[in-house]
Write a protein that binds this ligand. Structure first.
Ligand SMILES: [Zn+2]
Length: 255
């Protein structure tokens, strides 16, 4: 599958094409005669892990157009490839359970992708080089951890209950700030007061760390620069102040 002429595809068609292309990559990528990511999927299921690390280069070799699309706008496509992985994993798990004669249960688990590398073209891993041209792209940078926050729960998908009529809202995806539904869907219910329906929400572990640029990248006489990095789930509590780290993620602007 090719994602040529991506600019011409309507938004939803582009998302569907990325999802399909990424599922194809998970199923078909071979290394040393073995389906590398089917093995990774099996290991994740056996270890109850909800996270698979993919190789940046594998994806480029598998389908360069798809890779360019995903890495060039990672902020937009991360939820799409996570959805592709989740859907694939839930079906794969069912097949395995079936093969082993075990009963399958409908699972509501979600899975997340990450990559072992990112664009460093021109950026040279430096905090100092982070300009707006890198917004939303998958990038890599190196530095030293100088500060870490506590790990806290973060609301990722909220479902709210109307305080007036009791109706539940649809899923509201939270993007860095607490977002309530705009309006109750019950006819004539114009009150706008919501209660979070905790048991139906999705939460993630969340930690903020501060990373200071690599000392070798500081120009003579300049002060070192830092950036705040948000870590989630399996990446929380991985580093302490003083640790040298390599971060792969995307640059975003917080509201
Ligand atoms: Zn209502």
């Amino acid at each position: 599958m090719h994602i040529e002429g991506e600019n011409k595809l309507p938004e939803q068609a582009l998302r569907n094409a990325v999802k399909e292309g990424f599922t194809d990559f998970i199923q078909k990528w071979m290394e040393n005669g073995e389906a590398k990511y089917l093995n990774a999927a099996k290991n994740a299921i056996n270890n109850c892990s909800h996270h698979i690390v993919f190789s940046f280069r594998d994806l480029i070799h598998h389908n360069a157009d798809l890779a360019g699309c995903i890495f060039g706008d990672y902020y937009k496509f991360e939820p799409v490839i996570n959805e592709a992985l989740t859907q694939f994993m839930l079906e794969f798990e069912k097949t395995i359970l079936h093969e082993e004669g075990r009963r399958d249960e409908d699972s509501k688990e979600t899975y997340e992708c990450s990559f072992d590398d990112g664009y460093d073209d021109g950026l040279k891993d430096s905090v100092r080089g982070l300009k707006c041209q890198y917004l939303g792209k998958l990038i890599k940078l190196k530095g030293t951890v100088t500060r870490t926050s506590e790990v806290r729960p973060e609301l990722k998908i909220g479902i709210f209950k109307c305080r007036t009529c009791g109706k539940l809202s649809k899923e509201i995806v939270q993007q860095f700030k607490y977002t309530e539904p705009k309006k109750c869907s019950t006819e004539n219910c114009d009150r706008n007061s919501w209660e979070l329906e905790m048991s139906r929400c999705t939460f993630a572990d969340f930690q903020k760390i501060r990373v200071q640029e690599d000392p070798t990248k500081i120009p003579p006489g300049a002060m070192p620069r830092s950036i705040d990095v948000i870590l989630r789930n399996e990446f929380t509590e991985k580093g302490q102040p003083g640790d040298i780290c390599e971060i792969i993620g995307y640059l975003c602007v917080l509201p």
